[in-house]
Ligand binder design. Sequence first.
Ligand code: ADP
Length: 398
Amino acid sequence: MIAMSRASLAYYTNLIKTVSREDWKAALTALFVTLRETFVFDNLAIYVCDHAGGLPEVIFARAVGRGKSREADASWGEEIATQVLAVEGIVMAAPTEDSDDRIAMAHRLGLPLPLVDGCGVLVFVRFGGPTFLVEETSLAVLAAAQTARILERRSLREHMTQLELARHRAQLQDDFIATVSHDLHTPLGFIKGYATSLLRPDTTWDIETQREFLTIIDEESDHLIDLIDRLLDSARLQSGMLDMDFQPVRLDTLLRDVVLRSRGRTPSLEVNLDLQPIEPIQADNVRLGQVFENLLDNAAKYAPDTPVTIRLESLDGKAVISVSDRGPGISAEHMPFIFERFYRVPEQSSKRGTGLGLFICKQIVQAHRGRITVHTAPGKGTSFRIELPVKQEKGKKA
Ligand code: ADP
């Protein structure tokens, strides 16, 4: 369910960009190209009032005739746009002094845009004349009306897309609450159930069964602690409140420690180490250890019974670490999302997880001004690669 929502979120984000950037501008361009066949002008600009009541802001400008410079686009219409808004009607202005520079001889016509909501101005200019005549304005008024309709359609579409986006965000939020409550509830249910069984006054359990129940309680408590830690970490990372303690770190030593700990959790894990001696880097030992541990645990979980290779080398002044397995890989459709918060590949959702691990890894690596990337081939394996700079600014927060 989350996978679907993530994909459509990306779709809607793109959609909103396309709608707002492309459609309405193309429609306006077509309108003014047609208009110019019967109504002569060099440049035009559309101004709209901002919501704070400041000066009108240019949102569209075209230079189609003489004086095609960008400067002409931006500056010639501002004054008349302000006048149109003040008088709430058509304003015509001819240059008051003669000049040899045609760009300085701007004849301008400004018309209010009949917008249902908000205000705006359409301004035309003829550099060097002829002066706009009152009899000519009817076509310009028609163009202003069309312009207003196009702009209203644009904002209507933007509102609709925003609404869709908000609905999808709410859906993601619902998915998140459902996932977290399920993930919190499941271990708690086990813990409560087995503890209640052990405490039943009418039953006595042999030592072996007691141990079995206590082991389950112990493991489920670990899952709970892990989930809560990850939720807290991800919340802190998102709000930039996770402190980083940068110290000189020997990556080969750290990687060996992590492997040792992972083997403690998964004794069958086969890990090949190819660690080149590199100089210590400035890093947060604990947080970086968390990243490697997560990648190794993922390899053990999603690529069970296949060997994992960890490499460390120095490349172009950076420390480069890769963790590669020979498991099922990740299919292309999921690749854009796997570093996102709570994203899990649906086919692998039977394996226990939170979808937070890779998100946290990426945030920690970025807090080190590093980069994490993934290369995968379905059926052949997955390789995570981390590049870290050797030096850091001290006392940085994530
Ligand atoms: P979790 O493991 O808790 O689900 P992660 O954020 O660590 O969350 O991983 C996100 C998803 O990426 C996993 O659900 C899994 O589908 C996929 N994934 C991560 N590592 C591997 C791997 N080594 N091989 C295959 N898939 C992986």
